[in-house]
Design a protein around this ligand. Structure first.
Ligand SMILES: O=C(O)CCC(=O)C(=O)O
Ligand SMILES: [Fe+2]
Length: 221
């Protein structure tokens, strides 16, 4: 594998071409060039290659224009049962993420919905619940929703990266603990997918039932 400095050099050369990802697609390149492979040390334990590198779920969404958008919602609040989710949306907008903020007056912490700007051709990459679990909460899955718009229609495609056959996989997911204690108990992909389907898009976190609240177990990383 190329050294970090070779990779950074190659990335700079790529940036300098200004051709962007479109240039790669136009050149007929169908695999991700190695200069974009940048394994994160904490998660580079086989999870990303074996479990996350696989495109499993693929959902196309069509949201019509709503004459009275305040009376309805496009997609209710949820986080996704994957490692990563890549979303392509058209220019209508409506995707929102929940972020932590501070109230203006008393500086109390509060969660607020923030619009994800619809940039033409841009991909939105969200972290999913599986990654939150294996990173022991270091990476947080993003709660998101789609609000209805009177403009439209809105079209989006969401691609979910997780192990093929996750719904029946007995592969165990356990938190990788760099320091401190495990925040979640071990589980299987199949259990997570089952729980996700059972709870539906109710805005609650898939991981809440797996969180170790009392007597966290120590694990070696
Ligand atoms: O339509 C969107 O932009 C998001 C869809 C979504 O959240 C999903 O498919 O999980
Ligand atoms: Fe989603």
């Amino acid at each position: 594998m190329a050294s970090d400095s070779d990779r950074l050099h190659a990335l700079k050369a790529f940036d300098d071409t200004k051709a962007g990802v479109k240039g790669l697609v136009d050149a007929g390149i169908t695999t991700i060039p190695s200069i974009f492979h940048h394994p994160l040390p904490l998660l580079h334990r086989g999870h990303l290659e074996e479990d996350a590198a696989c495109l499993e779920g693929f959902a196309g969404h069509y949201y019509p224009s709503y004459p009275e958008p305040h009376l309805t919602l496009g997609t209710t609040a949820h986080s996704d049962p994957c490692f990563l989710i890549v979303v392509l949306q058209n220019a209508v907008g409506g995707l929102q993420v929940l972020v932590d903020g501070l109230q203006e007056d008393d500086k109390k912490s509060v969660s607020v919905w923030v619009d994800v700007p619809a940039v033409p051709g841009a991909l939105v990459v969200n972290i999913g619940d599986f990654r939150q679990l294996v990173s022991n909460g270091k990476f947080r899955s993003v709660e998101h929703r789609v609000v209805a718009k009177s403009a439209g229609p809105r079209v989006s495609v969401a691609c979910c990266f997780r192990r093929q056959g996750a719904a029946t996989s007995t592969r165990v997911l356990r938190p990788i603990v760099a320091d401190g204690e495990a925040q979640y108990r071990s589980t299987t992909m199949a259990e997570l997918v089952r729980r996700y389907r059972a709870k539906r898009l109710d805005g609650s976190s898939l991981l809440q039932n797996l969180r170790l609240l009392i007597h966290p177990i120590k694990t070696t990383s």
